[in-house]
Design a protein around this ligand. Structure first.
Ligand code: ZN
Length: 184
């Protein structure tokens, strides 16, 4: 017997106990100092040994690059991400919590990828594009479980690649903009 669809729609709230952990985390993060950019709350973990200024400037530049060079994905990022939390994660480069629409970024890991500020800003923009795609999938009540995981990740990576291709087409201008955005 065949099931109606491999992609069954049901509320993700009931599917993952970790979501409740996300709600707790979002509540705690509300107590920390924060910055705002384009309606997105930026919080830096006090435990990650992260330089606030560098991270916040890089994230702002990443959002500006998205706004200027990829408006469609920028609007998805704004719709699906309410809070960006810079922290140190054990393995992943980033994560997404549907409750609170929060994107966690492993900033120390991004710093380890490259010495160049343009590279870091673009890696951050990649992360935003990827995690916002997760947000868009959650918003359609598609659960992130073992059966769907690979398809969802493939979709998010595809979006990342499309964004990258767009950046590569206009690279000299992008680099110029990032340099200007990061200059004091
Ligand atoms: Zn992912």
């Amino acid at each position: 017997m065949q099931t109606a669809s491999k992609w069954r729609y049901y509320p993700w709230l009931l599917t993952r106990p970790t979501l409740l952990g996300g709600a707790g985390l979002v509540t705690i993060l509300r107590l920390l100092p924060f910055y705002y950019h384009a309606g997105i709350r930026i919080v830096v973990s006090p435990f990650g040994e992260i330089e606030n200024d560098v991270f916040v400037a890089s994230l702002r530049a990443a959002l500006e690059i998205l706004r200027e060079f990829d408006p469609l994905r920028y609007s998805r990022v704004r719709r699906c991400i309410r809070t960006v939390h810079a922290t140190r994660l054990r393995r992943a480069i980033a994560g997404y919590w549907p409750i609170g629409r929060m994107c966690e970024v492993n900033w120390p890991r991004i710093l380890g990828l490259t010495d160049q500020s343009t590279g870091r800003v673009l890696a951050l923009a990649d992360v935003l594009v990827h995690e916002a795609t997760h947000g868009a999938v959650f918003a359609r009540f598609i659960a992130y479980d073992r059966a769907r995981r690979h398809r969802v990740e493939a979709l998010c990576k595809k979006e990342e690649r499309r964004f990258r291709r767009r950046m590569e087409e206009t690279m000299p201008r992008v680099t110029e903009r990032v340099t200007l955005l990061l200059s004091p």
